[in-house]
Design a protein around this ligand. Sequence first.
Ligand code: SAM
Length: 220
Amino acid sequence: MFDEKKLRYLWNRTVENLVREGIIRSEAVRRAFLKFPRYLFVEERYKKYAHLDEPLPIPAGQTISAPHMVAIMLELADLKPGMNVLEIGTGSGWNASLIAELVKRDIYTIERIPELAEFARRNLERAGVKNVHVILSDGSRGFPPKAPYDRIIVTAGAPDIPKPLVEQLKPGGKLIIPVGSYHLWQNLLEVIKREDGSIKVKNHGGVAFVPLIGEYGWKE
Ligand code: SAM
């Protein structure tokens, strides 16, 4: 039987492993991981696996990312208090809880599947997170009402860099996005918007995400 105490013990160990491996590099990300353990964002039957460093199923055939993947993206994003951040691909709401904790302000996260938007809202409420707003929409178009953003973090794989997302970045802002094939193989791109509006792209290597489906993503 995995009670809360055991889940917490296993989770703390996972976080310390990620620190030891140099994947979690900042104290801020370490603290956020400890504050919002992954087991708070999965269904009851998956809680005992939440400390494992691999993706897990969430409703509607989607996934909650592996802890190392989330840590890599958050460290790349280099989030600081006060930054205006948009997340695309809410899923369970876990990554959104971490982002909001790191920027210490309200953030918006977009999900296209109604069942998951509800799942995330329930998880966030139970975890006591009040500054994450889940919007049901096609995130490949971004979210113009709250633009421009310091950071946009996409947790689904796109065929190309979606134009509206670059447009909705502030000059000097950054987009973190997996770009590549539909079936679970992409490159994790860091797209930096220069002051003149042009972009610089850094490739951080191979990752595996479910597809970003939408107007500027894959077609259904
Ligand atoms: N960040 C999530 C978490 O912390 O649990 C994991 C995200 S999961 C790997 C990818 C999510 O992106 C899925 O929930 C999927 O429904 C969503 N998604 C795919 N295309 C989308 C789109 N165009 N707009 C918004 N969400 C989308």
